[in-house]
Design a protein. Structure first.
Length: 316
């Protein structure tokens, strides 16, 4: 038996993902409980002895973001007070990642605030998947493992029926990520140039690359309001043919995105991972979910046993 036993715990954000990871690792899911009081305060308790153990807590901070983040912070406090050996935060979806700098004067850099909160509450390590800006890793003074779901999602398209496709980056900033997909799948790459007109609206100005006669696979790290869904007009104007695919790591999927997805007959599928729990009312026949649990289980096992994880971290 290891000197410091491995334990997997979960908050309320995505217990199914934590359970899948625990099953792969053949480790029982830790016993804990979260209660939301009538006045909206959060209460957490660990229902077993964890002294001297290596804890991995699974908690993607998706909607409701602040509620899930607060729950995670309280668990970190509880674990620290229970004298664990270490606690690693496995948050596949990192909150506030798009608020990573001051775009205008007198703005909060919210991603830095989240990093400070996790570190100050006693997290020994943070693990996330396909964060919006890789520079956020520098906000931490503790080990950070920036994983990528690119190989997991690319595997979905590694079939003969996708040989007539083209990888599409929705903007210049995602071109490096799109290039990785194109390399893995041996497909051509197209980049859309867009101009942001507001916090939620963008306009595609032109398409760089030859998309004529090909089906588009548009990649991105997160889909929330679904503004990227509106960009396919420019692709078909440039000569795209067949139905489009969207490939996204984090399915935040606000109601506007679900509506656009279901109403646009040009969209064949939205392929996503289960970094975020998708409620039943958001699921549709157009959404295909690929499990990220095997990747996360592998990273936990390697970290726990002290093995290298360099081949699993974000690279492009």
């Amino acid at each position: 038996m290891a000197e410091h036993p491995l334990r997997i715990f979960t908050g309320n954000a995505h217990p199914q993902l934590a359970n899948d990871i625990a099953n792969i690792l053949d480790v029982p899911l830790g016993k804990s409980k979260t209660v939301i009081f009538p006045d909206s305060e959060t209460y957490v308790i660990i229902d077993e002895v964890v002294r001297g153990q290596d804890i991995f807590i699974v908690q993607p901070c998706s909607i409701p973001v602040n509620e899930h983040l607060m729950e995670l912070l309280l668990y970190l406090d509880a674990f620290r007070r229970a004298s664990v050996h270490s606690v690693s935060v496995l948050m596949p979806y990192f909150p506030y990642a798009r608020q990573d700098r001051m775009a205008n004067g007198r703005e909060a850099i919210s991603a830095r605030v989240v990093a400070n909160l996790l570190e100050n509450q006693g997290a020994n390590r943070v693990i996330y998947v396909d964060i919006h800006n890789q520079a956020i890793q520098g906000f931490f003074n503790i080990p950070v493992d920036p994983l990528t779901a690119i190989p997991v999602l690319a595997e979905y398209f590694r079939k003969d029926c996708y040989k007539d496709c083209v990888i599409v980056s929705p903007d210049v900033g995602r071109a490096g990520v799109a290039g990785k997909y194109a390399e893995l799948l041996n497909l051509p790459l197209v980049v859309m140039h867009k101009r942001r007109t507001s916090a939620t609206e963008t306009h595609t100005t032109h398409v760089v690359g030859d998309i004529r006669g090909r089906r588009p696979i548009i990649i991105d790290d997160v889909m929330s309001s679904g503004s990227v869904l509106k960009q396919i007009d420019a692709l078909y104007d440039a000569g795209a043919e067949g139905k489009a695919y969207f490939c996204v790591t984090h399915p935040v999927l606000l109601p506007t995105a679900i509506q656009q997805l279901n109403e646009d007959d040009r969209i064949e599928k939205l392929v996503v991972t289960d970094t975020i729990s998708i409620p039943p009312e958001k699921l549709s026949s157009k959404i295909e979910v690929v499990s990220i649990a095997p990747l996360l289980a592998k990273i936990i096992e390697r970290i726990y046993h002290g093995f290298s994880i360099s081949d699993l971290i974000y690279q492009h």
